[in-house]
Design a protein around this ligand. Structure first.
Ligand code: HEM
Length: 360
């Protein structure tokens, strides 16, 4: 059975692929560019979002969900889910307290298959195309870090440049300087780079909001198609650690284990509906804040999975693992992720999904 999330087109054939002379980077180029950003990458692990924890629970759609989307998990019945929370870094060393994006990858287990929703704590991405992605990751290669002097910070502020964040204690190399230089030259990257630079560390994986970033097209029972963006909102609210205290390296996995022993953790699945003129194919551009937002359901997390090798290490998610009722938009970054995640899964020996996928 085909284990590649389905689509009829490849990145090179996609209508919105850039028409520059140079060929678009391959999935292998994209994965290698990420690996090159993390000198301590360990083969056999994810090149990014490397440290993670697998959690189990279930999803229950809201009453209105099915009137917007005919996909099976919005039908109202309780759907089992597997979630992998992660730190964004590609380093295999756990640095929970560092300033870092966090990930939440969710698999909905359906009657005849599965669908994935991959989200992170930024509400936009750094780049619009795969060529920009290669340029950005090249800029983000790690360099030795120096704490900027107070004079340098003052100079940066006078030039309206955001000063570099101070390195974490013990941090010897970072890609921050390169990403800031990239953002200074490429305004589209500024929102995500500046957000990432000050995102901090959550007190719990269950106290952060996660955004799926791209536009998807959902179809309702009458066949009406709508452009939407999904996000998870934690019922317990968003809360970060105190940035003035020294970072602690290893607390997030113990925290969620203890939390779920006491009480389930809940997230609301929010779906924002796009309107004419919104950016449907560009993940760097947020939609206006006053767009209609629908609560599509509640995720209840009940326990940390017993078999972490299966639930966190070997499992592989893919944003193209979709089912009838949800389609990808023409976003070139979303398109590129389909093959890049599959390439990465093969390289690290991750589990192939046993289902065929129906996103056409
Ligand atoms: C061209 C753009 C991107 C590329 C090339 C890329 C590449 C990758 C790769 C290779 C992995 C590891 C996959 C695996 O081995 O299973 C990964 C994981 C991940 N990515 Fe991306 N990514 C991109 C954009 C994004 C965006 C826009 C998001 C925002 C939702 C995102 C969120 C994540 C998360 C949360 C994970 C961890 C998933 C897990 O727990 O298995 N990525 N990415």
């Amino acid at each position: 059975m085909d284990d590649t999330p389905s689509a009829q087109t490849s990145a090179a054939q996609h209508p919105t692929a850039q028409n520059n002379a140079a060929p678009d980077p391959s999935a292998s180029d994209l994965v290698q560019a990420i690996i090159d950003d993390f000198p301590d990458h360990k083969p056999g692990t994810r090149p990014i979002h490397t440290i993670g924890v697998g959690v189990e629970g279930y999803f229950e759609a809201s009453d209105v969900a099915r009137s917007y989307c005919r996909a099976e998990h919005f039908g109202g019945q309780r759907v089992p889910v597997s979630v992998r929370f992660s730190n964004g870094s590609g380093s295999p060393v756990q640095h929970d307290g560092w300033n870092d994006v966090r990930g939440m990858a969710t698999r909905f287990h359906l009657q005849n298959g599965a669908t994935d929703l991959i989200a992170m704590t930024l509400n936009g991405f750094f780049v619009r195309t795969t060529k920009e992605f290669i340029a950005f990751t090249t800029a983000a290669r790690q360099r030795p870090v120096r704490k900027a002097s107070p004079w340098q910070k003052l100079l940066d502020m006078l030039q309206l440049k955001p000063p570099l964040p101070d390195p974490h204690p013990g941090q010897t190399a970072s890609g921050d300087a390169g990403t800031l230089e990239y953002a200074n030259a490429h305004p589209v990257a500024q929102l995500a780079v500046f957000q990432a630079g000050s995102i901090g560390a959550p007190v719990s994986y269950c106290r952060a909001a996660y955004h799926a970033v791209h536009t998807f097209i959902v179809t309702d029972p009458d066949g009406v198609r709508r452009p939407v963006r999904f996000a998870w909102k934690p019922v317990a609210g968003v809360r970060n650690t105190d940035p003035t205290l020294p970072p602690v390296d290893n607390y997030l996995q113990a925290e969620i284990r203890e939390r779920l022993k006491q009480w389930p953790a809940r997230f609301l699945l929010m779906m924002t509906i796009g309107e004419s003129g919104d950016a449907f194919d560009d993940p760097t551009v947020p939609w206006p804040a006053h767009r209609v937002r629908v609560v599509m359901g509640t995720l209840t997390l009940t326990k940390v999975a017993e078999d972490q090798a299966a639930a966190a290490e070997h499992i592989s998610f893919n944003p193209w693992r979709l089912v009838d009722g949800i389609e990808p938009s023409n976003d070139p970054i979303l398109l590129a992720r389909r093959d890049a995640y599959e390439e990465s899964r093969k390289r690290r020996g991750g589990t192939a999904c046993p289902f065929s996928h129906g996103a056409q």
